[in-house]
Design a protein around this ligand. Structure first.
Ligand SMILES: NC(=O)c1ccc[n+]([C@@H]2O[C@H](COP(=O)([O-])OP(=O)(O)OC[C@H]3O[C@@H](n4cnc5c(N)ncnc54)[C@H](OP(=O)(O)O)[C@@H]3O)[C@@H](O)[C@H]2O)c1
Length: 254
C-alpha cells in the first residue's frame, strides 16, 4: 500500500484522538508526505499525533477549529486554503454525539451543533478541497458514518443517528458527482469502538451489553477503523465508489 500514499497530502479532521489519531499515524507510516491535522480542544493529543507522524517522516500542519458552528467550519477552510497545500486525501472524521438528549429536552442549538459537526463540516470541507483534486484528476474522500445511521442510535442519540444517515446519503451522491473527475468518495461505519467517545457517552454496563451482542466478542479499536479508511484510499479500492463499509465485529450484518 505504501506506494499509494507516497508523496500525498492528507487532511484529517478530528485528528487529536480516537479514530482520527490512529488514521493520521497510519497515513504517515504508509508514506504520506504531508498531513494537515485538525483538532478542536485536545491540543496535547494532537501534539502527540504530530510527533508520531513526524517520526514516521511526514510534514505536519495543525489547524484548530470548532466544527460545531458555521464560523468554525469557515475558519478551518480558510486556514487550509491559506496553507496552499492541495489535498489528495480527505478524511472527514471529526464528529460526536455532542450530548445525549431525548426529544422533549432537545434544543435548537444542540440540533445545529450535531448537524454542523457531523454533516455540514464534511460537505463544505469536501467542497473546499475538491477543486484542487479535480485539477489534478484524482483524490479520495472518506466520511465517517456510524452504525447509528442504520439502527437509529441509542437513547438520546436520534439526531446524531440522523446526521450519520445524512453522511451515508451524502457519500453516495458525492461519489456519483465526483467519479467522472477521478475522485472516489466512500464512508466507513463503525459499530462501537473502545475509545474516548464511549468513555464519554456510554456506561460500562451499556458497553458490556454491546460486547455480549457482538459475534466478535469485543469492541472495535481505533486502528481497525483506520485500516479500512486507508484501504479505501488505496489503489486496492480503485473500483469502490459511494460505499459505506460497516466495521462492527458482526454486531450488525447488512
Ligand atoms: N467511537 C465509536 O464507537 C464511533 C462509532 C461510530 C462512529 N464514530 C464516528 O467516528 C468519528 C471519530 O470518532 P471517535 O470515536 O474517534 O471519537 P473521539 O475519540 O471522541 O474523537 C472525536 C474527534 O472529533 C473532534 N471533535 C469533536 N467535537 C468537535 C467539534 N465541535 N469541532 C471540531 N472537532 C470536534 C475531537 O476533537 P478534540 O478532541 O480536539 O476536541 C476529536 O478529535 C466521529 O465522526 C464519530 O461520530 C465513532
Amino acid at each position: 500500500m505504501e506506494s499509494d500514499f507516497r508523496g500525498k497530502t492528507a487532511l484529517v479532521t478530528g485528528a487529536s484522538r480516537g479514530i482520527g489519531a490512529a488514521t493520521s499515524i497510519a497515513l504517515a507510516r504508509s508514506g504520506c508526505a504531508r498531513l494537515l491535522l485538525h483538532y478542536n480542544t485536545n491540543q496535547a493529543g494532537v501534539d502527540q499525533v504530530r510527533a508520531g507522524a513526524e517520526a514516521a517522516g511526514a510534514e505536519v500542519l495543525l489547524f484548530q477549529a470548532d466544527l460545531g458552528c458555521g464560523q468554525g467550519i469557515q475558519s478551518l477552510i480558510a486556514a487550509v486554503q491559506k496553507a496552499a497545500a492541495p489535498v489528495d486525501i480527505l478524511v472527514n472524521n471529526a464528529g460526536s454525539l455532542v450530548a445525549r438528549a431525548r426529544l422533549l429536552q432537545f434544543t435548537g442549538d444542540l440540533y445545529d451543533r450535531v448537524m454542523n459537526l457531523n454533516v455540514k463540516s464534511a460537505w463544505f470541507i469536501a467542497q473546499a478541497v475538491a477543486p484542487a483534486m479535480m485539477e489534478r484528476g484524482g483524490g479520495c474522500i472518506v466520511n465517517l458514518s456510524s452504525i447509528a445511521a442504520r439502527n437509529g442510535g441509542g437513547p438520546g442519540a436520534t439526531v446524531y443517528a440522523a446526521a450519520k444517515a445524512a453522511v451515508t446519503a451524502m457519500t453516495k451522491g458525492l461519489a456519483k458527482e465526483l467519479a467522472p473527475k477521478g475522485i472516489r468518495v466512500n464512508a466507513v461505519s463503525p459499530g462501537t469502538v473502545d475509545n474516548d467517545f464511549h468513555a464519554r457517552f456510554s456506561t460500562r454496563q451499556v458497553l458490556d451489553a454491546v460486547v455480549a451482542a457482538t459475534p466478535a466478542g469485543r469492541l472495535g479499536t481505533n486502528e481497525e477503523v483506520a485500516d479500512v479508511i486507508l484501504f479505501l484510499c488505496s489503489a486496492a479500492a480503485r473500483y469502490i465508489y459511494g460505499q459505506t463499509i460497516e466495521i462492527n465485529g458482526g454486531m450488525l450484518m447488512v
